[in-house]
Design a protein around this ligand. Structure first.
Ligand SMILES: Cc1cc2nc3c(=O)[nH]c(=O)nc-3n(C[C@H](O)[C@H](O)[C@H](O)COP(=O)(O)O)c2cc1C
Length: 149
């Protein structure tokens, strides 16, 4: 399902980041109710935000809601990349796969999830990897970051 890319076939662990296929009123309410339960109180501002959010997700539709959820999955991906680097574990974020095939393998549809991005993890091989000693390529900071003074 990822065109035999070596990272997927050779890695020791493969993380699949998945996101809700929609942000339904039930899912919004589940999180707001859970927050109230954990914190042990209801707050007027928080409840107004719940209503605002219910309006937004209701109006924009399933695919836009999935896209928003998928962007949030990338937050988890970013943290996982940094955590892996900290542990000196190599990681390759990958979008080169067939999401529907992965969803089918993992039965994600029954969980109302869609796969977003893969993250193979593993310790690098001692030999046979021509990329391992190549310089990292990074654009100059000045060409990447805009500083407004
Ligand atoms: C969103 C995204 C999708 C990617 N998909 C693939 C992929 O399917 N296959 C692949 O070999 N590399 C893919 N890459 C590139 C690798 O992750 C790439 O090796 C890495 O970003 C380079 O990181 P480095 O410069 O720190 O070594 C993808 C990168 C990103 C950010």
């Amino acid at each position: 399902m990822s065109w035999n890319q070596g990272q997927v076939t050779d890695c020791s662990h493969l993380l699949v980041f998945a996101a809700w296929d929609d942000i339904t009123p039930e899912r919004v309410n589940m999180m707001f109710d859970l927050t109230n339960e954990v914190r042990g109180f209801r707050n007027e501002g928080w409840e107004a935000y719940r209503q605002q959010l219910l309006g937004i997700v209701g109006a924009r539709g399933t695919e836009a809601n999935y896209q928003a959820a998928a962007r949030q999955a990338y937050i988890g991906l970013g943290i996982a990349l940094v955590a892996a680097a900290f542990e000196e574990v190599d990681a390759t974020p990958m979008e080169g796969f067939d999401p529907e095939a992965v969803d089918a393998i993992l039965d994600l549809k029954s969980k109302n999830l869609r796969s977003v991005i893969l993250l193979p993890l593993g310790y690098r091989a001692d030999e046979g990897d021509w990329l391992v000693n190549l310089k990292k390529v990074r654009r100059e900071r000045s060409k990447f970051v805009t500083e407004i003074k």
